[in-house]
Each structure stands twice: as C-alpha cells, then as structure tokens.
Design a protein around this ligand. Structure first.
Ligand SMILES: CSC[C@H]1O[C@H](OP(=O)(O)O)[C@H](O)[C@@H]1O
Ligand SMILES: Nc1ncnc2[nH]cnc12
Length: 288
C-alpha cells in the first residue's frame, strides 16, 4: 500500500494547487460527498483534496455528508487524512493566526452520522486516542516549517451550531470543561476515519476568541473569514510541505490506525446483514 494524503479543507479553504489536478465526482454507498474531489500529486505523492462544505460553502456543519466524505477518500486510496478547520480559541496563548494540532475531542453535536456500522453489523472502535499521533506530529512539523506558531495538543469542543456559542456556554467549556478550541466539524470525521482505518489529524486554525474574552468582541463570520484569508497561504504551504515528511512514515501505522477494526466487530458472523456488509466492503473490506 502506498501513502496517499487526503486533505479536507474547511471554511475559507476551497481549493489547492496540485500537479496533474482533476476534479473527480464520486458516489459512495453513503451518497455523494460534499463536492467532487480534487485529485493530483504533491512532491510525487498522490493527494486528494475535499472542500468540506463544497467549493461554494453550500453545506452547513450539521448537514455535512461526513460518511460519504470519509468513504470517498478511502475509496480513492487515501491512507492519511489531514483535516483543516477554523476554530475559536478558549486560551489567551492560542491566538488568532496560530495553529493547534488537536489531540482530543468533546462532543456537543446532536444527530450527526456517528458510524458506518449499525444494526446488522455492530462495531465498537476505540477513540481513547482519536487522532493519529504520528500524523499529527508530521502535520505540526510541516505547519512550523511553513512559519506558523504551532501548539501541539489541545481539546476541540465540537458544537452543533450553526449559531456560535452563548457567552455562558463559552465560559463553561473553557473554565469547567477545560477545552482549548471550538469548532463544528472535526469530531464526526475523526470517528469515521477511525472506523475506516485511516490515520487522521486535525490542524485547527485559530480565527477568534469565541465569546468568552472580555477584550474581544463576540465572534462573527466576517472576523473568521478575515483571519482565514490572511492564512490561506499558510494552509497551502503546509499542504506542500507535508508529503515529503509523510513519505518517510512507513507502513503499517505504528499507532494501529490501519488496524482499528481488528477487535471491533461484535455481531455474530451468521447474523450480519448482507446489504449492510455490501456497503461496508468499501471501507472495512479487510475484516469482512
Ligand atoms: C465560518 S465560521 C463557522 C464555521 O467555520 C468552521 O468550519 P470548518 O471546521 O469547516 O473550518 C466551523 O466548524 C463552522 O463550520
Ligand atoms: N468561535 C467558533 N465557534 C465555532 N466554530 C468556529 N469556527 C471558527 N470560530 C468558531
């Protein structure tokens, strides 16, 4: 298996410059992803880029086709997914423009697609360590090489949205729950990437101080987009610098992301639903 980098671009990042670039529409057993996927190469490595909200930002965070997004990347041969996300910061030192390579999540979403599995084939993977440590380290190294101020590790509160948090929520999550950053998208991807046995890392780009900070006004989209516009070149440089680092990662994943399903399936083999198994073959064929 060769290393193939998948990049998911969040708010403000809707395209990348790749060699041999081609936008490829793709269908999955979970429907169509957010948009066609831009395939090509960077530094000789195969790269597939998906704009999470679509190129015109048509999908709301709560309505993203997260299963189709992860399945589509898997079906194209992606082994490592780096997702880029705009976040608000709960920490003074994690300032707008900085990057936080998060390593934990707290879930405040409601009704998002949480699993590829279900009745007819139940699976329970571990999310104790929801991101891939090695991929996260390589992404942090690439971000630093691109000139960013990088914070290694942090807890991402994934809220439902689409409204931003109230001041009371913002303070609760910061002071009582100990979270570091807040966004609306990364956690469903992390869950599904683990089930699809993909290495996954989140590069969170701080755009604001949410609404807890007395010295800053409450967040709004214009403020978020202004910071992102100033940082889009950084995201692109990061993408360019990552393949040469990733090429050295070797197979298999030493943290076991690519074997996450080894002990996860619990439904008796003779009671599994053939129709569900057929869909699952695209992301979990190794263990079915
Ligand atoms: C445009 S502000 C709110 C929006 O930005 C973040 O998007 P993404 O994670 O895709 O970069 C946040 O999660 C919201 O969807
Ligand atoms: N403060 C915030 N809350 C949720 N999502 C965000 N994305 C960027 N800033 C955010």
């Amino acid at each position: 298996m060769t290393v193939h980098l998948g990049l998911i671009g969040g708010s403000g990042l809707y395209g990348l410059v790749l060699d041999d670039a081609e936008w490829r529409p793709i269908e999955t057993p979970w429907g169509a992803p957010s948009d066609a996927i831009l395939t090509g190469r960077l530094g000789g490595m195969p790269v597939s880029f998906l704009p999470r909200h679509g190129r015109s930002h048509v999908h709301a965070p709560g309505e993203l086709p997260a299963r189709a997004n992860i399945a589509a990347l898997r079906m194209l041969g992606v082994t490592d997914v780096v997702s880029i996300s705009a976040v608000g910061s709960f920490r003074e030192k994690m300032a707008p423009g900085d990057i936080v390579v998060v390593d934990q999540f707290v879930d405040r979403t409601v009704g998002r697609p949480a699993s590829f599995f279900g009745t007819g084939c139940v699976a329970h993977v571990s999310l104790a360590q929801p991101t891939c440590p090695r991929l996260s380290r390589l992404a942090a190294d690439a971000a630093e090489a691109a000139g960013a101020t990088v914070h290694r590790g942090g807890t991402y509160l994934c809220m439902e949205g689409p409204q931003f948090s109230s001041r009371a929520e913002s303070r609760l999550w910061r002071e009582v729950w100990g979270c570091d950053v807040i966004g609306m998208t990364a956690l469903p991807e992390a869950r599904l990437a683990r089930e699809a046995e993909l290495c996954y890392a989140t590069v969170a780009m701080v755009t604001d101080y949410d609404s807890w900070h007395e010295g800053h006004g409450a967040v709004d989209v214009a403020a978020v987009l202004a910071v992102l516009a100033a940082n889009v070149a950084l995201a692109r440089d990061l993408a360019t610098l990552l393949p040469e680092r990733l090429a050295e990662r070797g197979m298999p994943c030493r943290d076991g992301c690519d074997r996450a399903l080894d002990h996860a399936l619990i439904t008796a083999a003779d009671r599994r639903d053939p129709a569900l198994l057929e869909r699952l073959r695209t992301i979990a064929g190794r263990v079915l």
